[in-house]
Ligand binder design. Structure first.
Ligand code: ZN
Length: 216
């Protein structure tokens, strides 16, 4: 079955867990850190799957043991909401970073024929990128703390989050959201990329083939 975890993953998890069955043991794990690889490097998941682009480290909450490197497919095999959410937030953030790197213009489409699944995905449909979970993730990363608003980043976040949920935002709200994307989110992403590139250059270790990415 496609959704079943590979036996090798089950074995590696059980070796490091308190519980003796997969169904119980998988609940002991939480996502700790993510790494991404230099373009010419490859990694192999603990399950044996080759060619990972992102590697994740899982920590067992009871035994404190680590499981590394784990690919994203194997993380979804745990079937735990908290793990899936952390993974999805990370991937969504990387999509934003990659889009800004490629100079993709992030604009809010005013006309859209797509039916919204729910209010919270309205902005996601309109920008094809920025969803509510990503806004919260960016807020936690201090993206809303800007020169213009250093003390109350929550207020900007709340405004944008509120507009992001509207099924039919007014043209004024769309303009406001677009301006916040241009003045807060894009500059934050650019600065983030700049730092990342700087870290990559500073990274002089010969054997260093991966970069750390803080998840929380
Ligand atoms: Zn795997």
């Amino acid at each position: 079955m496609k959704n079943e975890p590979r036996q090798k993953l089950i074995d590696e998890v059980l070796k490091r867990s308190e519980a003796k069955t997969w169904d119980e043991a998988k609940l002991e794990w939480t996502l700790d850190d993510a790494y991404y690889l230099k373009s010419d490097k490859e990694a192999t998941c603990v399950c044996g799957h080759k060619g990972l682009t992102y590697m994740f480290k899982l920590i067992n909450k009871k035994t404190k043991e680590e499981l590394f490197p784990v690919g994203r497919d194997c993380i979804t095999k745990f079937g735990i909401d908290e793990l899936n959410e952390s993974l999805e937030n990370f991937l969504q953030f990387r999509r934003l970073i990659n889009a800004v790197k490629k100079n993709v213009k992030i604009t809010i489409e005013t006309e859209t024929t797509e039916a919204f699944l729910d209010g919270c995905e309205s902005l996601a449909v309109r920008t094809r990128l920025i969803n509510c979970a990503l806004l919260t993730y960016l807020y936690r990363k201090d993206a809303f703390k800007t020169k213009d608003n250093p003390y109350y980043p929550w207020t900007d976040y709340a405004v944008l989050f509120d507009i992001a949920k509207r099924k039919k935002p007014t043209s004024g709200e769309i303009a406001r959201a677009q301006s916040m994307i241009d003045k807060i989110i894009i500059p934050f992403a650019k600065k983030y990329i700049e730092n990342e590139e700087k870290n990559e250059k500073d990274d002089k270790k010969e054997d260093s083939d991966r970069w750390f990415f803080k998840l929380k």
